[in-house]
Every structure is written in structure tokens, then in C-alpha cells.
Design a binder for this molecule. Sequence first.
Ligand code: GLC
Length: 635
Amino acid sequence: MASLSIDQQARAAKAYILQELQKTEDGAQILKDKDFFGRLDMNFITIFAIFAELYGYRHDCLDQLVDLITMCGKSWRQRDPELQKLDKQRELDPEWYLSNQMLGGVCYVDRYAKDLSGIKDRIPYFQELGLTYLHLMPLFKAPQPLNDGGYAVSSYREVQEQLGDINQLKELATELRKAGISLVLDLVFNHTSNEHRWAKKAAEGDPEHSAMYWIFPDRNVPSAFERTTREIFPDDHPGSFIQLADGRFVWSTFYHFQWDLNYSNPTVFRAMAAEMLYLANVGVDFFRMDAVAFMWKQMNTDCENLPEVHKLLRAFNALCRIAAPSVLFKSEAIVHPDFVVQYIDRYECQLSYNPLQMALTWEALATRDTSMLSQAIERRHNIARGCAWVNYVRSHDDIGWTFSDEDAAELGKNGINHRKFLNAFFVNRHPGSFARGVPFQDNPRTGDCRISGTTASLAGLESMQDHAIDRILLAYSIAMSTGGIPLIYLGDEVGQLNDYSYLHDAAKMDDSRWVNRPWYPESRYSERHDPSTIPGQIYAGMKRLIQLRKSTDELAGGRAVGFFTGNPAILGYQRPGGGSTVLCLCNFSDAPQWIGRDRFMGMPVEARDLASGYMVNLRDAGVQLRPHQYLWLRY
Ligand code: GLC
């Protein structure tokens, strides 16, 4: 085989697989399905090449592939005709998610609506808000009470009892679809909980299941790995390994009850592929690929963002193209921007969180200087065609200052000192700070620290400072207009504040991210239509932004072009589209700011501000913005 080209090898492998499939009844049925077969034809080579590269050293590599393709075929045959219809529809409109009608929301099921039927009851509200995408945080069976907010999964096929069951999840997916809302669920790929069936068997010493994790008999290999790996949750345990009851050591990047899966074993790949396709058939539209950076380990590296991770994701993507073609991936890589972008590709993850823009929006709010954010939009915003950022203001996690030190240095900022300043500012240890954040994983040994807090508390609403509402709206105006899918952490639209009750819960008190995962703010929502209240003012501002986004066609797609305002307090970027352009200007200062008329020389004399509806003269005296005002000028 070694002298054959990869094409020839793939052809030979496919012939072998087809021959094997013919031998079983299921296999023969799969081969009769023309749609499936066509897609298999298109994508087989991707899967084959990756399999050959990652697992070719194994004598059973081809048989593993036969099993994988059979599983894929069965999964397609079991796919609901409604979902198959959607597959076809989206095949005809492959860039449907780049529309400016797209608007995302994210919440925890229990915290936002008690259970799955509660979420169903909130569909009318989601429609009122204009959501087309709903990310429900992990809702799978998990250890209790410690489960890292659900990110320690004990079964990908069972829903946490108190939230409902898998049939309710299926029903909810159908209801959401009818309401024009896509369902987004996490695929927690990197690890399972220590209570997952595979993990329990591994802990009992079963060799096959032990081989699904990174388990070593003593500290030798773990210590060698730890020479180059980073501590992710140092408050929980130092290093990357924890010790099992029988004395062995298991890789555990995050909490000690989350054990990293060993993808160098093809059994793990197949097992997780089966879980993914199962969930695709439940009706998931987007998978949020959790903690992807850590999926492959290699001695003498930091074991983050290794090239094999991309291969794994591409192989999983190709499987979806074959068996659940409308399903898309969103990568959750909260890492250096050079690495974030490597996950974004039609053949890998079509969507990605935009952690840099998120963090720099807060950076600019603190410094009242938009140069870093502006540099990021100019330099790091435009991504592969057909792909989209998911732009958010905050998530259920902490905010990490993931900007590039080199980018910062070009602007005369020392990355380390600047992060120190930002951490101090956002936890209110800096004079004049408006923010009320809480440190997360403060590691005095490495100087690393991140910030927890809700949008409203970080923006100054909790400290009752001026401009808080305008800061919230300014931050969301950027998420709504830079390109891609804006994502609202539900509750932010009514100004939900930090929730300190986690400090009284032993299972949560050591994880400050719970401060920004509050319960459904009933009273705030009930005031949302009352303009005399704070929630009412925030809600009205958010609704206005959403309506503007949806009626501004230039905001579809993802391309943004920088605009140098000449005033560091004012951020500028342009969204060209179909013969016209929208120039977005955002004042981050607490005082009025101007842009000189020379900045608008190549432009028409007047442009309409879509936000206020007024014409703005660009030539007379330049443009003035009120504190924290945003203008969307169409020309
Ligand atoms: C992701 C999740 C985070 C979780 C981690 C481990 O980063 O967003 O909440 O702790 O993965 O699964």
C-alpha cells in the first residue's frame, strides 16, 4: 500500500468497505441509498486520509473504518424525514447562517426555565426577542452536585433527570424548529465525567476502557508531560493529572472529575462519532465543540492546538456531511488569536466564538481607548469564506485576556502589565473602576487570572455608575454589527446583575463563574416593557438594536473593513454590502467626542444614521458622538 497515492489507497479502501457492507443486511440497505452514497463518495477521502494518518499504524485500521461507515449509514437511515428535509433545504442555501436575521441566545435550562418544558414555554419570548439560535448549556446526565456546570458528561444520550428526558429534548428541538430557532448543544469532546460508563470501567481496571483515557501506572509519564503543559484549573489540582484510587494517574485537564479522552485510540474516535450522530438525529443544528484545543496530546508540547486536533475535527465534520449534512460546528477555542483562527474553515468549524473581540470590547470600555479593538477588527476579523464569528459580550465562563502580546506591543502596550491592569480594573481594585467582576482561577504563581461577572455588573450597573446602560448597549451594538452571529447571554437584555449566592453553595463556592450564571430574573423581565425602569430601558435599547440589525442587509455576512477615526476613543469599522456601506462609529469615552471632517473625505456629504433615523452631515464640522453613542451611517 505504501507506494500507492492517497487517492489510490482511498479507492482500494472504499472498495473493501463496500464489499464488507454487502455482507450484512444493514450494509446492503445503506448501499442502496443514493443520497447517502453520493455524500459518502464526496467525503470518504477526507475520513480515509485522516484515519490512515492517525490510526494507520494499527492492523485493524480498515475494519475500524468499516464499522465507522456502517454506523454512519445506519444513523442516516434513522434520521427523521423532517431533518432530512432540512438537510436538503440547507444544501440549497449553504450560507443560510450568514444572514443578518440570525440572532443567538444562550442559557442554562434549569437556571432560565427550570426544565425542558419550561424552555418550551419560553419559545414565545424567544420569538419576541427575535432569536433564531438557542444554545442550551449542557443538559446531559452528569455527576451531582459537582459537574462543572454540566461539562462533565456521564452519558451523551441521557438528559439530567431534573431537566426532562431525551424524548422531551427531541420534542423541544421540533418545536424550536417550527418557531424558526436552531438548537445548539455542546459536544463535550475532550473529556467525560468520571461517572461515565467508560470511565467507571476504566477505574475498575478494564484494559479496553482504560485505553480510552490517558491512564498511566505511575507518575513518570505524567510528570514528563507536565513539564510542558499549562495548568487550567489550578484551584482544583496542580498539573494535568490526578491520581486514581488504585494508584494510577489519569489525565484531567479541567476538574478532577473530568477525564480527558484518548483520541490516539480509534475506538474513542468511533465512540464519540456515534454520540455525535445520535445527537444530530435528536435535532441539533449546531454543535458547540467544547474545549477543542486540548483534544490531542504529544510529549514535549503544551498539548494545545496540535495539528491532529484539526484532523480530528475535519474527520468529525466529514461524518456530519455524510450522515447529518445540515449540522454545523462552532469551535470553542478560547486561546491566542493565531490559534483561534486555525479552527475556522468550512471543512472544520464553520463558526467560532470571537473571544478576542469580546475581551477587547471590555478592554476598550476600561481604557476608553479603542486602538486594540480597532487593530483586531482590521487585522483579525476577516475569516474564511462561508464561515462566521459568533460575537458575544460575555458567556457563562470567565473573560480571559487572550490578545496577542505582539499586537499589544505594536501599540506600545506591555501584554503582561496590561492584563494586570485589566484584572485589577474589572475586580474593582483600580481607582475609578465601574466594574464589579470577581477573579477566576487567580494563580499568583503564574500571574494568570481571569474575570467573572455579568455584562451589567461589569458595565457599571451594579455599582450604580453613570453610563452603565449605554455601555451595555454599546458593547452589544458591536456584537450585532461586526459580522457573524450575535449571541446574547439571556438575561443580559434586561440588565441581569451578578448573583453571589454561589458563595453559600459548597459545590459552587470555589468557582466564581457561577456569579455570572444567575437564575431567571423574573422581576426584571416583568419590567421589560416599562420605559421608566432600568430593565425596560436596556430591553428597549436591545430590541432597537436587534430590529436595526435585522433590517440592515449590509450586516449579513462577515466582512468588515477598518475605518481610522483619528480619535482613539472612537471605534470605526465599515460593513460593505450590495452597493452600499454601513459605517459604524462607537464612542467609548464618558465624554462627547469628535471625528474631524477630513476622515470622511471620500464619502458623500451626508449619510443616514440608521440608529436615530437622522441625516448626518459629514463635511461641515465632522461628526460628534455623545458619550457611549453608536452611529450606523449608511452611505
Ligand atoms: C469549556 C466550557 C467551560 C468548561 C470547560 C471544560 O471551556 O465553556 O465552562 O469548564 O470547557 O469542559
